[in-house]
Ligand binder design. Structure first.
Ligand code: 3PG
Length: 239
């Protein structure tokens, strides 16, 4: 299992060394600073959706396993947009993990921390971003060598204030806060030094995909990238 925030995401699916799990400085996830969460109802939307995200400057996505079309959408995204790094989200069981990886998922995201899924991913060197909501879960994940964790549901849990509180006891952990994030509060989240990327459905919403509003998705992706770039510029100038 490798850490998804690390450069190993670039060649995700390839067995990663355990040391790589702590390296969250590089890679497309960290570069983009955002992780679109996709709920998709028709697999034939996957290709144009990937095209829209790529045009908007985002080369990765998390396809939530919440619709019957999700597995085929992952397959089609891989087939029709080779540059995309495609993750499967809402992975709640080993069976789903197995099916997602068989469909071509490069990495897995879960809203929860599940020992069986962690074991399964570790045995196969499949990158995993597990979900955490408490310091106990952050510690448990960290003890397993997982250093890039999904803080979910971020906004409901305390948002930026919680991320700030977690920074001192867990300096080694990078978060992908998800839940309640949009272009409005993205700057506040992106400004946090322990945030590697912000996840959410605001870039490519279920309705926008279903209505084939791919031009809107390009605009939202570009806007998100621009916000992250601006925040990072300000941060480096302030140093
Ligand atoms: C997820 O699956 O990660 C969340 O449902 C995304 O949350 P959001 O819709 O509030 O962005």
């Amino acid at each position: 299992m490798t850490d998804v925030g690390s450069e190993s995401l670039a060649d995700a699916g390839v067995a990663g060394a355990r040391e790589q799990m702590t390296n969250v400085g590089n890679g497309p996830l960290a570069d983009a600073g955002v992780l679109p969460v996709i709920t998709i109802d028709r697999a034939d939307h996957a290709g144009p959706l990937a095209g829209a995200l790529l045009q908007g400057g985002i080369a990765h996505a998390e396809v939530a396993l919440r619709t019957p079309a999700a597995a085929e959408a992952i397959e089609r995204m891989r087939g029709e947009a080779a540059q995309m790094t495609v993750g499967a989200g809402t992975v709640l069981s080993v069976e789903q993990a197995d099916r997602a990886v068989s469909s071509g998922a490069h990495f897995l995201v879960s809203p929860a921390l599940d020992a069986a899924i962690v074991d399964w991913c570790e045995a196969r060197s499949v990158p995993l971003i597990p979900g955490v909501a408490t310091p106990t879960e952050v510690n448990a994940a960290s003890q397993r060598g997982l250093r890039t964790l999904k803080l979910f549901p971020a906004e409901q849990l305390g948002g930026v204030a919680l991320l700030q509180a977690l920074r001192a006891p867990f300096p080694q952990v990078q978060f992908v806060p998800t839940g309640g994030i949009s272009a409005r509060n993205l700057p506040d989240y992106a400004r946090q030094p322990n945030v590697v990327a912000c996840g959410g459905s605001w870039i490519a919403g279920r309705e926008a995909i279903a209505a084939r509003r791919f031009a809107d998705i390009v605009v939202a992706a570009r806007e998100a990238r621009a916000i992250v770039r601006q925040v990072r510029r300000e941060r480096s100038e302030a140093r």
